[in-house]
Design a protein around this ligand. Structure first.
Ligand code: ZN
Length: 90
């Protein structure tokens, strides 16, 4: 990674993508994807945690990272719908 951060472990990437069915977590989108986004920015949390990751397509990922126009609350809602809440409790 150019900024020196560690890559998301392959097993964690796969788990997030499988949980999302390899489709974007934005309900109005659902495009096929292999991209992973951090809900709380990596620069802030400085770690990769399953319950902080969500599958987003490239378009929604860019919207989220650059424009921040997807409310964070909706991400947590999405995670709950996708069943990630169970992981978060562990
Ligand atoms: Zn999308």
């Amino acid at each position: 990674m150019p900024d020196g951060r560690l890559a998301i472990p392959a097993s964690m990437r796969r788990a997030v993508l499988e949980e999302a069915g390899y489709s974007c977590a934005i309900p109005s989108c659902r495009a096929m994807t292999t991209e992973i986004a951090h809900i709380e920015p990596y620069a802030k949390v400085k770690e990769h945690a399953f319950d902080n990751l969500v599958a987003l397509c490239p378009n929604c990922h860019t919207r989220y990272d650059v424009r921040k126009d997807i409310p964070q609350a909706s991400h947590h809602q999405l995670q709950a719908e996708l069943g990630c809440a169970e992981w978060a409790i562990q």
